[in-house]
Write a new protein. Structure first.
Length: 95
């Protein structure tokens, strides 16, 4: 049996308000034009380390990870943290 999540309680607990959602969207829009470069530099950095290369050395896998990473950050900064968001996060974690 999966635990239920009281979204309002969680949002209140973490101090997430309408202003938080607004600020997150503004922040994301500010960094979005640079995100692909940031993402490329992140993967270039981790691929310098042998322990990571053995898991993600395939260029096609790296491309998929970059796309998934961008989708993750977009969802995080533009989400309303509603039931759909929770379902997506849980599905990703369970995949």
């Amino acid at each position: 049996m999966k635990p239920t999540i009281d979204l309002k309680l969680r949002l209140d607990l973490y101090g997430i308000t309408g202003e938080t959602f607004h600020n997150a969207k503004v922040f994301w829009q500010a960094i979005l034009p640079e995100f692909d470069e940031i993402n490329n530099r992140f993967y270039a950095h981790i691929l310098k380390h042998r322990e990571f290369r053995k898991f993600i050395s395939n260029p096609a896998m790296i491309d998929r990870l970059k796309i998934t990473q961008k989708m993750h950050w977009d969802r995080l900064f533009t989400s309303k943290f509603d039931e759909d968001y929770i379902r997506q996060v849980v599905a990703t974690a369970e995949a």
